[in-house]
Ligand binder design. Structure first.
Ligand code: MV4
Length: 447
């Protein structure tokens, strides 16, 4: 096991990584920006190093400042958490050059699965279902038009280096496809430094179902079942749950096994998530692979009794996976509600500022992952998520009752949060029924 780890992140995930390190007996070095100097979790670290001003470009995204801190503190490894540098293959490669273990996949595996054209190619070889579309990058207008004619409109143009909804265009006919192609390429080049785009069949209505997978450095891989993340707004997930309500178990199990094949094919070590869209006939199509621990990992921890953060560290340290697929049992139902410092009544405007009151719920089956304490000031520079409520119960209905009970216990003030929205959603007939699609929340908020 590592002796000392640097956490290249902030907020709730920094605290989550601290907790894993403590249980593993690993020393902790935190880096922080001037805007985070008062963050309560810094007291739990063995050492905290200021790496620059509030804006992330000058702190959490500044590779040289983070590597300098790692060298000064003589750490063995860096945990990137999610966001910031977590999916930056150049950062992973620099860590390797500096003989610091990057806690995540190798730069090669990240390169293969982080690039959507390569990920789709690998998926096809591993017999993971994908959308029909171009075989790799499309370079010529005529080629795109030919493929679209074959698969039928609407089609979607996506940037190979994009993700999370960035750099996508839907085209309903040949005219819009021809114009959009060049624009998409230029946009992708400007945004990602890679102009490669591809096209595939566009699905108008779908559910977002993703599979948690783990691979180790000894060629083993397992899945930890699925999460349904369809309740989202502008590509920001609001609620995640497991299992996916109302889906044929055989179909999901097939997809979970396919996701495991994919990370084996990519020789992937670490935690990853394979994202799928599911159509109204319960057909699955792979979208992309997230090569990191995700925000919603606790949902899976609750239903499988695992510790994904600890496992991510153990895998990086070269330990084999401590279980086989058949040892992993899905139990009950978990729901996560993301608590954001936002005003849902004002178009989700971020509400940074001082939190005077913070009373979090507890009791059976309730978990709150948050770095907040009373008196903490939410800085304006970062994501507005201030915590997550995760509930676990025997079945979905009981989990919803438990979520409502826990949401009611929360006392947060004076800033606005998404708690009220969650209380409404827990009573929303379509959510309670289960199986809302990815456009449901936006339609509900527009109404
Ligand atoms: C799609 C799609 C429909 N058809 N691909 C959005 C984020 C990125 N991961 C992929 N995305 C989509 N890809 C095809 N072929 C619809 C979306 C999409 C979406 C996907 C998951 C969750 C929320 C979404 C919201 C809008 C569009």
């Amino acid at each position: 096991m590592f002796r000392r780890i640097l956490i290249a992140n902030r907020g709730e995930i920094a605290l989550r990584i601290i907790r894993a390190c403590k249980e593993l007996g690993v020393e902790i070095v935190c880096v922080y920006s001037q805007a985070d100097a008062d963050a309560p979790y810094l007291d739990l670290a063995d050492r905290a190093i200021c790496i620059g001003p509030g804006p992330a470009r000058e702190s959490y995204l500044d590779i040289s400042r983070i590597i300098s801190a790692a060298e000064v503190a003589e750490v063995d490894a860096i945990h990137p958490g999610y966001g910031f540098l977590a999916e930056n293959a150049e950062f992973a490669a620099i860590c390797k050059d500096c003989k610091i273990e990057f806690i995540g996949p190798s730069p090669q595996a990240m390169g293969i699965l982080g690039d959507k054209v390569q990920a789709k190619r690998t998926a096809k070889q591993a017999k993971v279902p994908i959308f029909p579309g171009s075989d790799g990058e499309v370079e010529e207008e005529d080629e795109a038009v030919e493929i679209a004619a074959k698969i039928g409109y609407p089609v979607i143009i996506k940037a190979s280096a994009g993700g999370g909804g960035r750099g996508m265009r839907v085209c309903h006919n040949e005219v819009t496809l021809r114009t959009a192609l060049e624009a998409a390429r230029q946009e992708a080049q400007a945004a990602f430094g890679n102009g490669a785009v591809f096209i595939e069949k566009f699905l108008e209505s779908a559910r977002h179902i993703e599979v948690q997978v783990l691979g180790d450095k000894h060629g083993h891989a397992v899945h930890l079942f699925e999460r349904d993340c369809s309740m989202q707004r502008r590509h920001q997930k609001i609620i995640e749950e497991s299992p996916a309500p109302g889906v044929d178990r055989k179909k999901i199990d097939t997809i979970c096994i396919a996701a495991t094949r994919l990370i084996k094919a990519a020789n992937y070590a670490g935690a990853a998530t394979v994202e799928f869209l599911m159509d109204d006939r319960q057909n699955f199509y792979m979208l992309e692979v997230n090569t990191r621990v995700q925000v919603e990992h606790p949902v899976t921890e609750m239903v499988t009794g695992t510790d994904i953060l600890k496992l991510s560290i153990q895998i990086a340290a070269g330990e084999p996976l401590p279980f086989k697929q058949r040892d992993i049992i899905h139990r009950g139902h978990a729901i996560e509600c993301r608590i954001n410092a936002e005003d849902a009544n004002r178009n989700f405007m971020p509400c940074p500022g001082r939190i005077d009151t913070w009373i979090a719920p507890g009791g059976p089956g309730v978990r709150v992952d948050s770095h907040i304490a009373p008196g903490y000031t939410v800085p304006p520079y970062y994501d507005s998520m201030i915590g997550k409520l995760i509930v676990h119960a025997d079945d979905r209905q009981a989990a919803i009752v438990r979520a409502k009970r826990a949401l009611e216990e929360f006392r947060i003030g004076p800033i606005k949060t998404t708690i009220n929205l969650h209380q409404k959603l827990m009573d929303d007939p379509a959510f309670v029924k289960g199986g809302v699609d990815i456009h449901y929340l936006e339609r509900l908020l527009d109404a």
